[in-house]
Structures are given as C-alpha cells and as structure tokens.
Design a protein around this ligand. Structure first.
Ligand SMILES: [Zn+2]
Length: 322
C-alpha cells in the first residue's frame, strides 16, 4: 500500500513537468541577472527572487488561457525544410501568406519575444517598476523556450517516433541532474542586440537544426542500454519517482556533446542581452525612483488566479508532454 502511494505520488510529480522545466526557467533568469551592467544590477539584483519566481508565469498561464500555448514554440518544420525559406520572418508578411490562425496553430515564439521586448522597452520608458520586472521575468521565459530544439519541431515529445518522454528528459531531467554540480555559468556580459528580430530567429533556426540530433542521439543510446536499465526509481525533490536512470541520462548527455549546457548558457546570455537592449532603447533611464512600486488589488488577484488555475492542473491547448 505504502509503495503504491509512493508510486502514485511519484507519477503525479513525473507528469508535472513543464517547458524547460520550472527549475531551469528559474535558473536561467537567476543567472542572467549577473550579466547586467551596474546601473541595471541595482534593480535586478534587489529583485532576483521575483525574477526567478515569475520566470514560470508564462507556463502557469497555459493552464488558464488557451491561446497562451502558441507563445512558447514554433513547429517550424510545418513550413518545409531547413532553413524554411517559405516562412517570412516578418509577421505581417507571414499572416498574409499563411493566415493568423495557421501561425497560431503552429506556434509564434519568435514574434512573441519581439512583442514582449516592445512591452519591456515601454515599461523602461514609463519608469514603471512593476512592468519592468514582470516583462523581464516573462520575456526570459519565452527566449529560453526558443533555445530548446524540441520547441522548434512538430515531433516535440518524440510522439511520432516512439520516443515519448524525450521532451522532459532533455529539458528537465538532465539539467536537474547535472546543472548545479557540473555546468559552468561564468558567461560574460550582456551585449546590445542591434536587430532583436534577426537574433531570435537565428536562435530558433539553430534549435530547429538541432532537433534531429536530439531525437537521433536518444534512439542510438536506447539501443546501447537494456530497457530495465533505462528507467529507475530515483529521488526527485524528495520523492521516489520512476524516471530515466542517471546512467541513461549520463549516456545521453555525453552523446549530445553537452548541447543542453550550451543551450542553457546561450539562453542566459540572450535573456540578459534582451533586458539590456530594452533598457538602452528606452534611453537608459536611471532605475532608482521608479513609479508603480506597489501592486493594485487587481494585479495581486491576477497572480492568485494564475496560481489557482495552475494548481488545478490541466493545460489549455497544447501540452509539451503529450
Ligand atoms: Zn514555456
């Protein structure tokens, strides 16, 4: 009975995984703060707890709002083969060619990052503390998602090739096993991005190009390990959970030649650089003496509703883990 309950609790936890995993989104925003210039660090370091906690709001919103899902991915292979010349990078031109509904159905992450950059830049111009922090936390999430190869591929959970579970394996299980002890987060300094649209598109195209490797390597290592060694009951945040074994994760991570660490480091640098670019484009306003530093009742309620819907636990629209 006790073992049954443990397994059940474990299964629940196993199913509660999210894009880049909650843990990784939090880590990416956290590490990005240390790449900022001192004038920005002033505000960002003081609010590092907020930026970390709210890194996962966009994933929570997927439980409350059906249209939110499209902001996190792009099944770019729907539009042909790499480098997908048929798909215009300009949103208006893409709508004219394919219709807004089609674009939404196959995901819009590179355009959504640019929308969020516009909002963040405006928040800096308005010297609005609440929206600077909110949009910084949230744009960090979308930028990080664009760096995940399986967020740029219609076979996003290996469902077409009998590799179900690979999504969370790549973006949650492996980082949780290795990031803290083995990965290096000395990354350098945020840089100004002269053309943010071109930048995020090139990151998405890199993701799309890497998706084949992500899938192929898993297929190859799965031939090298017996099925009963592939999974194990191991500790996950204090619970015994059936998941990919540490041995199998090590084998896969080695086969990928540290791709996941590399993508995480690139995500961190990109997040800090987008924050920095928004601030520069807003005229580098001093980040002390900001307005809107306490939340209205409505804003507090918005966050509570987000958490309530998320705890109910049903993703509206597409789920990464399906
Ligand atoms: Zn996401």
């Amino acid at each position: 009975m006790k073992k049954g309950m443990l397994c059940f609790a474990g299964l629940l936890l196993y199913l509660q995984v999210h894009c880049w995993g909650f843990y990784m989104h939090e880590q990416i925003n956290y590490h990005a703060v240390f790449l900022l210039p001192p004038q920005m660090m002033l505000l960002y370091k003081e609010n590092i707890g907020y930026l970390t906690e709210h890194a996962v709001d966009p994933d929570k919103r997927r439980y409350a709002v059906a249209s939110e899902g499209a902001h996190h991915f792009m099944d770019i292979d729907h539009y042909g083969v790499y480098p997908f010349h048929d798909l215009p990078h300009n949103y208006k031109a893409a709508v004219e060619k394919f219709s807004a509904d089609t674009l939404l159905a196959y995901g819009i992450v590179p355009w959504w990052v640019q929308t969020m950059l516009g909002r963040l830049t405006k928040a800096f111009r308005d010297k609005d503390r609440h929206f600077i922090l909110k949009y910084s936390a949230e744009i960090g999430h979308y930028i990080a998602d664009a760096h995940v190869p399986l967020h740029a591929c219609s076979n996003h959970n290996g469902q077409l090739t009998n590799q179900q579970g690979i999504h969370a394996f790549w973006e949650s299980r492996i980082p949780e096993l290795f990031a803290e002890q083995k990965w290096d987060f000395f990354i350098g300094k945020a840089v100004y991005i002269p053309d943010p649209g071109a930048f995020i598109w090139s990151r998405l195209l890199e993701s799309a190009a890497a998706a084949d490797t992500v899938l192929r390597c898993e297929r190859e290592v799965s031939f090298r390990m017996r099925a009963d060694q592939k999974y194990a009951f191991e500790d996950r945040k204090g619970l015994l959970v059936r998941q990919y074994s540490t041995a199998y994760a090590t084998l896969y991570n080695n086969a990928l030649n540290n791709m996941i660490e590399r993508r995480m480091r690139q995500s961190i640098l990109a997040v800090a650089s987008f924050w920095y670019t928004a601030w520069v484009n807003a005229g580098q306003p001093p980040l002390d003496h900001l307005t809107h530093d306490s939340l209205t009742l409505e804003e507090k309620q918005e966050y509570q509703t987000l958490n309530l819907e998320w705890k109910k636990g049903k993703v509206q629209g597409r789920d990464c883990e399906e």
